[in-house]
Design a protein around this ligand. Structure first.
Ligand code: ZN
Length: 413
């Protein structure tokens, strides 16, 4: 009798929740749920740098070569590429912005990248033509602005990472705050040159991209669409600019994997932070974030910037050792792990086909299996639980959390 009462009570609760949150439930249910566990390593800022970067990259790739997924593939570093840096000498001559290109001026790094592609350990993805705003930079050069001193005085190579943070944005000019967005013509020019240069360097187009400093807007998305960009990598939000005090202006503030923008492009989301040089996260915190993604049948997308591997040798060795542990933990903890590049995940969202193609080296891998039934229902409940505190609270108060917990736990294997 008591059991019937509880079941009746829960039924009424579910009916009320359905009336109240139907749109949310339907939207959440219609998201992508993966039966396989896609694992991506997103690494921003590869490109021009010191020649020693080539060795550091090889060390990193040799570590990845030691791991295998459920179909025998190695982890793939999605290397987010910066294609050029300023040519300071030429800018000084005429005040116009001039570039040094990755392939022509940094051959050792370029070769290391191409070797990684051939070994199926690295896939390039467009980050930006450069990691700064060219017009704003040239103007500051002409004015001998002290904010450029550190970057200009780098002895053997030009380091944009030593610029003030607001100067590192590409699709906004951060030389004065609040930032100003590039205009339509400038956006078209730099994106056309970037996508054409990328294809020339790597032999295939970048169908996905991530904006420097996560700063971009609708206009940039439109220009990306004009150049056949199908998916945009994010950190779970978009920033359209920085305000008077340098604060990031988020719009939209929350992005989920598989959300679409007004141009039909998919968003991807980094959900595991492994940036050991920042001292903010550890292998253990990254494993915990990976588990939360797995529970929700979402891709595990690890963010780990180049600078973790290009500072001191000790920092590089420690970062590689930690990533090695993280790869072992992920491959050991979760079933059907699939190592992919971001471009391959983006293409799978657009067209869930039976095969995954690495466009840069022609290698083929089995397509991703999507979740259904019990596994999908459990992951759906996990998504509601992690995202909506009110619903979680209602679950605890009504006792609905008990059957939900059983569904979630039994759906995981
Ligand atoms: Zn970057």
């Amino acid at each position: 009798m008591a059991i019937l009462f509880i079941l009746g009570f829960w039924s009424v609760c579910i009916a009320c929740l359905w009336v109240w949150k139907k749109d949310l439930f339907v939207a959440t249910w219609n998201e992508a749920y993966f039966a396989d566990t896609p694992v991506l390593i997103e690494s921003d800022d590869w490109g021009p740098g010191g020649e020693f970067h080539a060795d550091r990259l090889n060390q990193l790739l040799n570590m990845l070569d030691q791991h295998k997924d459920a179909v025998g593939r190695n982890p793939v570093l999605t290397a987010d590429m910066v294609l050029a840096v300023p040519d300071i000498e030429k800018i000084a001559v005429d005040g116009e912005y001039h570039r040094k290109m990755l392939d022509a001026d940094f051959p050792a790094i370029y070769q290391a990248l191409k070797d990684g592609i051939a070994r199926d350990l690295l896939t390039p993805q467009l980050h930006g033509l450069e990691h700064l705003n060219g017009a704003g930079f040239a103007r500051l050069c002409q004015q001998n602005d002290p904010r450029l001193t550190a970057a200009k005085s780098t002895s053997d190579w030009w380091d944009w990472e030593s610029l003030d943070s607001p100067l590192q944005g590409h699709y906004v000019d951060g030389s004065a705050l609040p930032t100003s967005s590039v205009d339509s013509t400038e956006a078209q020019n730099i994106i056309e040159l970037a996508t054409a240069s990328f294809q020339r360097m790597f032999g295939a187009p970048s169908v996905t991209t991530v904006a420097p400093c996560y700063l971009w807007n609708d206009l940039i998305e439109q220009r990306w669409r004009d150049r056949n960009i199908i998916a945009i990598q994010t950190a779970g939000y978009r920033c359209t600019g920085r305000d008077q005090s340098g604060g990031y202006q988020q719009d939209p503030p929350i992005i989920r994997v598989g959300n679409k923008n007004r141009f039909g492009q998919f968003y991807l989301v980094r959900n595991v932070m492994y940036e050991p040089v920042d001292g903010k996260n550890t292998v253990a915190s990254a494993v915990a974030e990976a588990e939360i993604a797995y529970q929700q049948a979402a891709p595990i997308s690890i963010s780990t910037h180049r600078y973790n591997f290009t500072r001191s040798e000790t920092e590089c060795n420690d970062a590689i050792a930690g990533l090695d542990q993280l790869m072992s933990a992920i491959a050991g903890m979760f079933p059907r792990v699939r190592f992919l590049s971001s471009a391959e995940l983006g293409e799978s969202l657009v067209d869930p086909s039976p095969e995954i193609t690495n466009r840069f080296n022609g290698k083929l891998w089995p397509g991703l299996k999507m979740a259904s039934g019990h596994r999908k229902l459990g992951a759906f409940l996990y998504r509601l639980y992690y995202r909506h505190r009110k619903l979680a609270l209602i679950g605890y108060v009504t006792g609905l959390s008990l059957p939900a917990w059983v569904i979630c736990k039994t759906g995981l294997k």
